[in-house]
Design a binder for this molecule. Structure first.
Ligand SMILES: [Zn+2]
Length: 192
């Protein structure tokens, strides 16, 4: 066992840390048949002066959760009664991919700064969006906004033939149906 190299080692319960010829058993360890074993999940702490080996509790890894102000990528599930349900918030920008996808909601008031007649002018089920988390509510469904030029659809399919829409002259265009389709488009739209 090399000095200095063991401090960061994570161990699990039952794992052998050392033998009693090398160390004395310290906190969160157990001596069994001449071996010192860990009782917990944690980090090995070796005191080479006192020859004591112990295990420090590892700080719980906080799962990645959306917070107000976070920019997220998500999929639109339903568009109904003035509310857009977001099925899968799958990634937080600059933070990472979520191990468990979260749900979100988007009110018509958070969708555009200009007047909107129908939510279908903004988003459709299956659209992939870039949005920002608003409000203070902890836990899903998270309140989202797509106000502003950076936010909105970043990838969408044609309402009729499901082909991916291309951004053309500031509008989404289906090359097969030869038609433009309305959406609230983000500057980050992917298919240009
Ligand atoms: Zn089409």
């Amino acid at each position: 066992m090399k000095e200095g190299s063991i401090k960061r080692d994570i161990v699990t319960p039952g794992e052998t840390l050392a033998v009693i010829e090398e160390f004395f058993p310290g906190e969160n360890t157990l001596e069994k048949k001449g071996e010192i074993r860990s009782l917990i999940v944690g980090l090995i702490q070796a005191d080479f002066n006192r020859r004591v080996i112990s295990v420090r509790k590892a700080r719980k890894n906080r799962p990645l959760l959306p917070e107000p102000g976070d920019v997220i990528y998500a999929l639109v599930q339903t568009v109904k009664d003035g509310v857009i349900a977001i099925n899968d918030i799958i990634e937080i920008e600059n933070k990472g991919v979520l191990s468990v996808p979260f749900t979100g909601i988007l009110h018509v008031s958070e969708s555009s700064s200009s007047y909107v007649k129908s939510l279908y002018e903004i988003l459709r089920p299956g659209d992939f969006i870039r949005a920002v988390v608003v409000g203070r509510m902890k836990g899903p469904p998270y309140r989202l906004s797509i106000k502003g030029r950076d936010f909105g659809v970043i990838l969408a399919r044609c309402n009729f033939c499901l082909r991916y829409l291309r951004l053309k002259g500031g509008q989404l265009y289906c090359g097969r149906c030869k038609t433009t389709l309305r959406r609230k488009i983000s500057l980050y739209y992917l298919f240009k």
